[in-house]
Design a protein around this ligand. Structure first.
Ligand SMILES: Nc1ncnc2c1ncn2[C@@H]1O[C@H](COP(=O)(O)OP(=O)(O)OP(=O)(O)O)[C@@H](O)[C@H]1O
Ligand SMILES: [Mg+2]
Length: 490
């Protein structure tokens, strides 16, 4: 992981910027704002319009009623003398004049016996009047009655001499009320439309800032701390934008510091690692080199016996080979290449390596391998060559730990999408403190070991996304294993 990536990893727990989640239309702030404004408008304007329509219809009805009462009073005044004189012509003129008034459906003047003296309907004259209204009607009229019937008595000196009947049509009144109601409804719709448009505009202005902030927050979570949002208006959204910018500045500063710290630490760790490794290499080659130098200076001596000379040459040979092996192992460790992954069944691979180790001179037939494959096929994405080397190192260590010979068990188990490989021996085992460092380079407990076997295995496994797990007990034995992701059977 590069310093940059590592620092970014520290800064951005979320990693890559995720696109803002889609919100369903009904959950959007804009929709809710428009809906609430529309509801408020409908309720308020509805109540207001209903109230004014009621008021208006009341006043229109009142006007019609009052007009009717005035007209019937006028008829009474105009017809009193004519009724007494039974002047039918004068009475006819009165009803004629009344008939010309707007909304008048009928007008009749009836004498004390109930005989129609004059009427807007000529056929009724001279006939007895029909069912006479007992008293003047008032609004609201019952059912779909569209006629306001009024009655006024014609009295002279307290004596009823006749009755005036007047019928006013409410058709024009109903039409006026209908048009008032329609106008009210239109007004509500207009107010609703204007309110919704205003709410939409307001929500646009509000959510525009929110969208901008969401986008900026996404950029920050992707690691771009340089992003800023326009402060905009001097309202709450402006305050929020300024707070966001202040947070971004502070995050940028913290991230910069973290990156610098991380770079410093990485550099220090790198130098420490190089130093540790150089010291280990120097230590590893110092002893054989010293032995070689001493041996070469001994060879220079004239008085060296032929037999001793042969022994010294042997020492030089073995120490040179040891040096070469150390360097080769170290080069193997230093040059571990990227794994070439392929789907490989681990069981045949384990079997192949176990047979090879069994035949190795170090095993000398004293150590036997018992293979336990708990499932027929345990396939994983691995680099077969590198995995062969890992298995070889683990099995050879087990053989070397069992100086008295015996049996080493190698288990391959599959399950839950994992492949588990374990090498179990009943050898000398290791102290707990030693187990903690055996995967470091040049840590060895054997005189002839270079201490790179487990370090190489650990590096290879790390490149496969895994690692060694070691459980050991001195004098009892050791179990070394690792786990890989299994490839499902096709
Ligand atoms: N199965 C085991 N049982 C007991 N000790 C072990 C076992 N495996 C490893 N060790 C200890 O861990 C040390 C480190 O092992 P590692 O394989 O890294 O190096 P090495 O075997 O010493 O040298 P080489 O580089 O040749 O493998 C060993 O020297 C040994 O002391
Ligand atoms: Mg080893």
């Amino acid at each position: 992981m590069s310093a940059e990536t590592a620092a970014r990893g520290l800064e951005t727990p979320g990693g890559l910027a995720r696109p803002a989640p889609r919100i369903s239309l009904f959950r959007t702030l804009r929709f809710r704002l428009i809906l609430s404004v529309a509801l408020v408008h409908v309720c308020l304007m509805g109540a207001f319009t209903w109230e004014s329509v009621q008021e208006q219809s009341q006043s229109v009805r009142e006007q019609l009623y009052n007009r009717g009462v005035s007209l019937s009073n006028l008829m009474v005044v105009a017809s009193t003398n004519a009724v007494l004189a039974e002047d039918l012509a004068a009475l006819a003129e009165v009803t004629e004049r009344v008939h010309r008034q707007p909304d008048v459906r009928y007008g009749e003047i009836v004498d004390a016996r109930g005989q129609v003296l004059a009427s807007t309907e000529p056929r009724s004259i001279g006939r007895p009047v029909g069912a006479m209204v007992a008293a003047s009607e008032r609004f609201p009229l019952p059912g779909d009655d569209q006629l306001l019937d009024l009655r006024e008595e014609v009295t002279v000196a307290g004596r009823r001499v006749g009755t005036v009947l007047l019928g006013l049509s409410t058709e024009s009144l109903d039409a006026a009320l209908r048009s008032t109601r329609n106008e009210g409804l239109l007004f509500i719709l207009l107010a609703l439309f204007i309110g919704s448009v205003a709410a939409w505009g307001l929500s646009l202005a509000l959510t525009r800032h929110l969208h901008e902030l969401t986008r900026a927050a996404g950029q920050i979570s992707a690691g771009d701390f340089s992003v800023r949002v326009a402060p905009g208006a001097r309202d709450e959204s402006g305050v929020l934008a300024r707070a966001f910018n202040a947070m971004a500045v502070s995050l940028e500063r913290t991230a910069r510091r973290a990156r610098q710290e991380h770079e410093k630490r990485t550099e220090a760790e790198r130098l420490a690692c190089v130093g540790e490794l150089s010291a280990s290499i120097a230590h590893e080659i110092r002893n054989p080199l010293a032995a070689i130098i001493n041996s070469v200076s001994l060879l220079d001596r004239e008085d060296l016996e032929r037999e001793d000379r042969g022994e010294v040459v042997d020492i030089i040979n073995s120490e040179t080979r040891r040096l070469q092996r150390t360097l080769n192992d170290f080069l193997d460790f230093a040059r571990i290449r990227e794994p070439q992954l392929a789907v490989v069944d681990l069981c045949p691979l384990v079997e192949e390596v176990a047979r090879l180790v069994e035949r190795d001179p170090q095993s000398q037939g004293r150590v036997r391998f018992r293979l336990r494959f708990l499932d027929g096929s345990c396939r994983a994405h691995i680099d077969a060559d590198q995995m062969r080397q890992v298995l070889w190192n683990l099995m050879l260590n087990a053989v070397q730990a069992m100086s008295g010979g015996g049996e080493v068990t190698v288990r391959v188990e599959c399950g839950d999408g994992r492949v588990q490989v374990s090498v179990v021996d009943a050898g000398c085992g290791m102290e707990e403190a030693f187990v903690g460092k055996v995967t470091k380079p040049f840590v060895t407990g054997r005189r002839s070991g270079t201490g790179l076997g487990l370090a190489i295995a650990q590096r290879v496994l790390m490149q496969h996304g895994s690692g060694l797990s070691i459980v050991s007990q001195p004098g009892v034995g050791t179990e070394v294993g690792f786990e890989l992701g299994a490839v499902g059977a096709e």
